[in-house]
Ligand binder design. Sequence first.
Ligand code: ATP
Ligand code: NCN
Length: 206
Amino acid sequence: MPFARAGQVVGLLGGSFDPAHEGHAHITKAALTRFGLDRVWWLVSPANPLKIRGPAPILDRVARAQAVMQHPRVTVTDIEARLGTRYTAQTIAALQDYYPGVRFVWLMGADNLAQFHRWQDWREIMARVPVGVLARPGDRISACMSRAARIFRADRLIGRASVLLGQADAPKWAFANLPMSQLSSTAIRETGKWSAGAVDDRPMGE
Ligand SMILES: Nc1ncnc2c1ncn2[C@@H]1O[C@H](COP(=O)(O)OP(=O)(O)OP(=O)(O)O)[C@@H](O)[C@H]1O
Ligand SMILES: O=C(O)c1ccc[n+]([C@@H]2O[C@H](COP(=O)([O-])O)[C@@H](O)[C@H]2O)c1
């Protein structure tokens, strides 16, 4: 299990990472600064409970993720396989037990906020940890209009206040508009190309 000190703020980016790509690295670096995080852990999941297709072997995905994400404040882990948890709510509860005093923040791309209300015990996740959402091409509007965004509208940190997310008590969430990356694991699997879409750094409104 990775090391974390009491009081540290650790962002958790869960994913299939099948395979990891620069889009993941891009949102991770943005999350560190935008949400006031000390570290980010990539949780390479055994399998997404909502996806039918089984991913590549976890050790291959971890190795690829480690090659893509080399940063002194980022750790790639297979913690969910070690904990034996399948759903994010279970993973977060187990991590909070294992690391008392560490502040965790759940991170996800806008596509996942759009369907967050379908996740198991998603309200419990909101109650346990602040949630940081990163812009993704095509998903900004559906995310901000999503059921979870509407229900928790009053708990959103807007604009520059997002940097306080790491120190905030749940429920709290923030949406970071960033230069967006078109990259996706699906496109890489389908085309075999790793460079599909560089980061689009046209500015966007909040
Ligand atoms: N280009 C991107 N921009 C913003 N968020 C992203 C991007 N790529 C991945 N993410 C986010 O990173 C997390 C892990 O993503 P995941 O491993 O599922 O990659 P993916 O590219 O979305 O894969 P797939 O195409 O297989 O669904 C998710 O929360 C996802 O929303
Ligand atoms: O807990 C759930 O119900 C749940 C449903 C869908 C996705 N997740 C988690 O969301 C993260 C992103 O998933 P994915 O497949 O888009 O990379 C990953 O950690 C999944 O375990 C979790």
